[in-house]
Design a protein around this ligand. Sequence first.
Ligand SMILES: [Zn+2]
Length: 550
Amino acid sequence: MKQSLAFILFLTCYSTAQEPAKPQLDRDAFTFTKYDLQVQVAPARQSLAVRGRVVLRNDSEKSQSIVALQVSSSLTWASVRRGDAPLAIETTKVESDIDHAGAVNEAMVALPEPVAPGGTIELGVAYSGTIAFNSSRLEALDTPRDVARRSDWDRIAPEFTAVRGVGYVAWYPVSLAPVKLGDGNRMFAELGVWRARHAESVFHAEFDKPEGKVLLTNGQRREDGDKVVCDFARLGLEAPLFVIADLAALENLNGRIWYLPGGQEMAKEYAAVLSKWQPSFTTAPLQKADFVQLPEGWANYESGPMMLAPLRKAPEPEIAQGMVHTLTHASVASRRPWIYEGLAHFAQSRAIEGQLGREAALRFLAQRTPALALAESTGAGQDLIKATDEVFYRTKAMFVWWMLRDMLGGATLEKALAKYRADLDKEPSYVQRLLESESGKGLEQFFDEWVYRDRGLPDFKVEAVFPRQNLRGGYLVSVTVENQGAAGAEAPVVIKTKVSDVTARVFVPAKDKATTRIEVPLYPVSVTVNDGSVPETDTTDNDFTVPPPK
Ligand SMILES: [Zn+2]
């Protein structure tokens, strides 16, 4: 689009003013507090047309005179309005991998008057274009073609339409500093911060009801005449997505299996597994989970209580393990990522434990420890309560729940979580109090070192072992464990003898030592601290071989 006269005048006016106050674009200044969009999708033409309103709040320290509105580079800006008045916009294609095309069309909007810090402005927006399959951002990174095609599957197409939100397709206006996928973890970090900033935002969209097809979204949806009305409530966790396809559903109390033509037999197997699920954290799911069949070869994608994946033949326990994560989201509607995602991953590890035993669950945890230990050791640690990086709000949170379960007992934890109410969770300490009142145990220190603050991970070492024969012919073994890390934790201590293992638990404060005494029937062979249930930076000094008796 050509620069409009008003825009040029606007810029000139500022640049010639006596104070050198040229308006500067700060893409992070505004938070989109409200979206209200009318969306027309035409699968046959692969096209999308959107008009509606967005409300922006200036969360920066300075007054702002320019707003940047970005949509996918395959979409074209028609207008940006204030009330009925069109505003001057200048559109530029900006390279950014927040969109599958590797670029966004950015409308720079000259505001009629500056928006003060804390102030809001409502803008009318209209844009349209096509959203075709595009894996160029991944192929630019030399990702093998088939992997790129599996991952970046978003498209509007006659046979199957599926479009995910920012991070995949900017089908609604956003404003983010340009980021490239190849730039380490930066894009995911920026998207994490963006989501956290928009956790309280409201997103309402009305789609034209597609003829002869089903339109699904990951928000609350209802049909109203010829519209499908959707409200997306958790922008902090889930980017709004929509699917339009020839889908039919098998439904039961826990959820729905949406399947494509020819997928009915497989869907029946999935539905049978789904119907057996018993929620452990609540008495009943808050909402039904949606499992949506993707075309074969497309990569799985989870978005809260919606899971998109090809339906594959698999043994029942495997199907169940995959479902537990999504079903947990449908049962606990927390807006806090460490609770919402942490519990879902924890539930998966519990399901594995239930099916295959604790050892298998610990192996599942162990696969995730190195990434967390690396993130903590590089000084990129985030306080769990406000973490925006997945390695914390998913992986570390999963461990925190696992440790709480080991400390309080499974039944107590489940009873406490059944009382969890997202609408009452207003203070960071809400969950701590809930768990304390159910268990009668003080958890202040644990939450302080693991949830409210990032203290890194513990680093245990078995410092000394003293076996002493007791009067009954067995041994009382005194074990001293040192924790060189800055986070305290309760860890299992396992004493091996020639016939059996005996396990006890010991709490070792940060930068301190603790001693526990354990009775075993025979002279001990070795002592190990931490079976992998506590994430740790260095596990090479966790074993201690007991010298033979003198
Ligand atoms: Zn999840």
